[in-house]
Design a protein around this ligand. Structure first.
Ligand code: UN1
Length: 454
């Protein structure tokens, strides 16, 4: 099978074509990574820290080139691509400190002399499967914590983002990362399955369907697995919100990078009297979103699925408040779109679509807004827009989402805090922050008694 990635803004531009190496090559790469792991772990905290710092420096030194590659390969608007490169360097730097973190705790024995301690150690080879939408940041926030604590990693990126991942591995190697510590293998389903079948710990971000299969396979082998899956994220706008600010944040969360983030807003819930002013402000704000913020969607198939969903919603009585058209141009573009009167069972209210499209829903009060927001298994990120701290805290308590953002877009992530969703949006331990260090290590309890004692 040939892996190809095309420029979404100009599909005639072939970014990369490479043969998928097949399952046997994945097993061989995991074998080499396993051989490299003992030395990488034994090299010690200072050596691992220095290596991660050098990768951060290499990313910074190649920031313009990497930014251009993200724009070209996955159609991310320039400002966001630049931000992702900066975030990537920051994540490597952040985890460069992790090797020096305590790896356990000392406890008193329940009775008698001696010492009890816990100590964490790496599993071995981390198998990483990453999506195309954050082609440097997601591989980094999976690989960096895994490497920091002494695992090695084999990464299979989404086909659409293969060039970005390969370039990251090249830069890491040029920065002196030892052979076998971070291997990027292009591939599709065959390579992904082989990786899940061979790795000692598995981290996946991607669609709900594939993620469930990955969890099933890894759990069946008894290896730890985390999966970040789709989101069907809501924004609750209360009547006391700063409506202009809320509309600006919502426009960014709906249409920023064409809504291709698991944290994007796809359901806007306007409470009571917020509905009319928000509708007007949001239509205006979405109308101002241009290519510098939205950009193309990843493929012709994605565009057709999005426009098909809008057409079917219309056929079922939905009103298009803004957008809805396919611009006449090369590249896979969809207009930022806001729909009202979308029936409760329509797929746009039930499934993640990964496009610059949202539905506007009225709610009589906060109670109804929370019922609507929680009416999905894909509870990843919810934003609440209100001037009242009481309302924000009450909503935060009652919302199912794993990430609650008050007076902020639902999209956007702080890499030094745990990230993940509730219900069907995530499986396993949290990514990012210190939580990731726990995920990539197993805890052992050590009992030390004095020699020659009773
Ligand atoms: C963000 O909102 O900046 O795949 C990051 C995704 C998420 C990351 C979102 N895991 O879109």
């Amino acid at each position: 099978m040939t892996i190809t990635s095309l420029n979404p803004a100009d599909p005639a531009d072939l970014v990369l074509a490479v043969e998928a190496p097949g399952a046997q090559a994945v097993r061989a790469a995991v074998g080499r990574a396993r051989t490299a792991q003992a030395g990488w772990h034994a090299a010690g905290a200072a050596a691992r820290s220095a290596a991660l710092t050098r990768i951060a420096e290499a990313v910074e030194a190649h920031a313009d080139e990497l930014t251009a590659l993200i724009v070209r390969e996955v159609g991310k608007p320039l400002a966001e691509a630049r931000g992702e490169v900066a975030r990537t360097a920051a994540i490597w730097r952040y985890y460069a400190q992790a090797p020096f973190e305590p790896s356990g705790a000392v406890h008193e024995p329940a009775a008698g002399p001696g010492l009890l301690l816990t100590r964490r150690r790496p599993y071995g080879v981390a198998g990483l499967i990453t999506p195309w939408n954050f082609p440097l940041a997601i591989p980094t926030w999976k690989a960096a914590p895994g490497l920091a604590v002494g695992n090695t990693a084999v990464l299979k990126p989404a086909p659409e983002a293969t060039a970005c991942a390969l370039r990251l591995a090249e830069l890491a190697a040029a920065a002196g990362l030892p052979e076998g510590v971070l291997t990027v293998l292009p591939g599709g389903a065959e390579e992904g399955e082989a990786l899940v079948d061979a790795a000692d710990v598995v981290s996946f971000t991607g669609s709900t369907g594939v993620g469930r299969a990955v969890v099933h396979a890894a759990t069946g082998r008894g290896v730890p697995v985390q999966a970040e899956l789709g989101g069907l994220n809501a924004a609750l706008v209360l009547p006391d919100a700063d409506i202009e600010q809320a509309a600006a944040h919502l426009a960014a969360a709906i249409a920023g990078y064409a809504g291709q983030k698991c944290t994007a807003t796809s359901r806007v819930i306007a409470v009571g009297e917020a509905y009319e002013p928000l509708r007007a402000a949001l239509v205006k704000a979405l109308g101002l979103v241009d290519d510098t913020a939205c950009g193309p969607v990843i493929s012709a198939a994605a565009r057709d699925r999005l426009t098909g969903a809008v057409a079917s919603a219309r056929a079922e009585g939905a009103t298009v408040l803004t957008g809805g058209a396919v611009p006449e141009r090369a590249g896979w573009y969809v207009e930022p779109t806001l729909l009202a009167d979308v029936p409760a069972e329509h797929p746009l209210r039930r499934e993640e679509f990964f496009g610059p499209i949202a539905v506007l829903l009225p709610a009589a009060d906060l109670d109804e807004a929370i019922v609507l927001a929680n009416d999905t298994p894909h509870s990843l990120a919810t934003s609440v827009h209100s001037r009242s701290l009481d309302t924000a805290l009450a909503a935060a308590d009652r919302l199912d989402a794993g990430m609650i953002r008050v007076n902020a877009p639902s999209s956007g992530v702080d890499f030094h805090l745990p990230f993940g969703g509730a219900k069907g949006a995530s499986h396993g331990d949290r990514e990012q922050g210190r939580a990731a260090l726990d995920f990539y290590t197993a805890s052992r309890t050590v009992t030390l008694l004095p020699a020659g004692g009773a």
